[in-house]
Design a protein around this ligand. Structure first.
Ligand SMILES: Nc1ncnc2c1ncn2[C@@H]1O[C@H](COP(=O)(O)OP(=O)(O)O)[C@@H](O)[C@H]1O
Ligand SMILES: [Mg+2]
Length: 313
């Protein structure tokens, strides 16, 4: 049985005309590290909010370990850990107390709560900070406390909403390691992100979401191979007035699978790189190429293919 099942999920907020979540179906298997990748406003936080009983769906159904989150929210919450998009540590409590009271809230005894909080402080290398207050910790360390607190009651699934938002690159890498270790412990992790590198580096499988709809769902590698090209070439042709003849010329090169127009020139999808560059340079020499870059397809390219837009826009 999948640990998370989302079926026909929609959410229309009051006074909104368009659906924030528009018919999402997906399942997450036990032990998976699953990602929701999409730009701001895609509906990621709303989806997570429904899964974690914070937001009521307009229609559709979510079950966590077989428990319906709308029908049995209290029971569902026992299986769920959440790290919201914004820091929700209690600023009037020490790090130890933040962990301790979370355990008490979930029904652990005084002794169990002390023991669990102590164990988490060790596991997340926070024991020297036990008596500190959240405001005395860096953003990266506070994030680590939030993750420790979220798994304190031993949930089956941990939901992380934009876990690296606002973190410096070093803290981001540390957070990735912490998340990977959770998976090794058997905790299922569902995270949202708008960073394609993060989704690529972390996720076993991911769904690309835009305007509340799931556009594609697979492993990062399989998503990238669906492009049907192993090489992506970007040509900067911003001073070229008419791209059509060049586009046609390039499209006729057998190795080039397809050509599309971008804001600054052309993007070519090709098979392999052997002998490709000289051919492109020869074809484009009279069109004022200012720059040329070659890359493997990324999730960014997949997103552009699916939506016609840049993930960063
Ligand atoms: N409480 C709310 N009331 C009305 N509209 C909302 C509310 N929360 C989110 N939205 C809208 O729903 C859409 C999806 O938002 P959200 O789920 O936060 O996306 P994401 O997390 O992917 O950035 C956006 O258009 C956003 O403006
Ligand atoms: Mg969000």
């Amino acid at each position: 049985m999948p640990i998370v099942e989302i079926a026909g999920l929609t959410k229309v907020y009051d006074q909104q005309k368009v659906a924030a979540v528009d018919g999402i179906d997906l399942t997450v298997e036990r032990g998976e590290l699953f990602g929701l990748l999409g730009p701001n406003g895609a509906g990621k936080t709303t989806t997570i909010g429904i899964c974690t009983t914070r937001i009521l769906p307009t229609s559709g159904r979510v079950t966590i370990a077989g428990v319906d989150v709308v029908a049995q929210p209290a029971q569902a919450r026992r299986n769920i850990g959440v790290v919201p998009q914004y820091n929700t540590l209690d600023r009037s409590l020490t790090i130890f107390e933040n962990l301790y009271f979370h355990c008490r809230y979930f029904g652990f005894s005084n002794a169990e709560s002390r023991e669990r909080a102590g164990a988490l402080l060790k596991q997340f290398l926070l024991h020297e900070r036990a008596k500190s207050y959240p405001s005395q910790l860096s953003g990266g360390l506070q994030q680590r406390v939030q993750i420790a607190r979220a798994i304190a009651h031993r949930p089956a699934v941990l939901f992380l909403d934009e876990p690296s938002a606002g973190l410096d690159p070093q803290s981001r890498i540390a957070m990735w390691d912490a998340v990977r270790r959770l998976r090794e412990e058997g905790i299922t992790v569902v995270l949202t992100t708008h960073y394609m590198e993060e989704a690529d580096a972390l996720c076993d499988r991911l769904v690309i979401i835009d305007h509340g709809k799931a556009l594609a769902l697979d492993t990062p590698d399989r998503l990238k191979t669906t492009l049907g090209a192993s090489t992506v070439v970007e040509l900067d042709l911003r001073h070229c007035e008419n791209l059509a003849p060049l586009s046609e010329k390039l499209g006729a090169i057998p190795q080039i699978a397809s050509v599309e127009t971008t804001a600054s020139g052309l993007r070519l999808f090709a098979h392999g790189t052997d002998g490709l560059l000289p051919e492109i340079v020869r074809a484009a020499q009279d069109y004022g190429v200012r720059d040329l870059s070659i890359d493997e397809p990324t999730l960014e390219t997949v997103f552009i293919r699916l939506t016609g837009r840049d993930l960063r826009e």
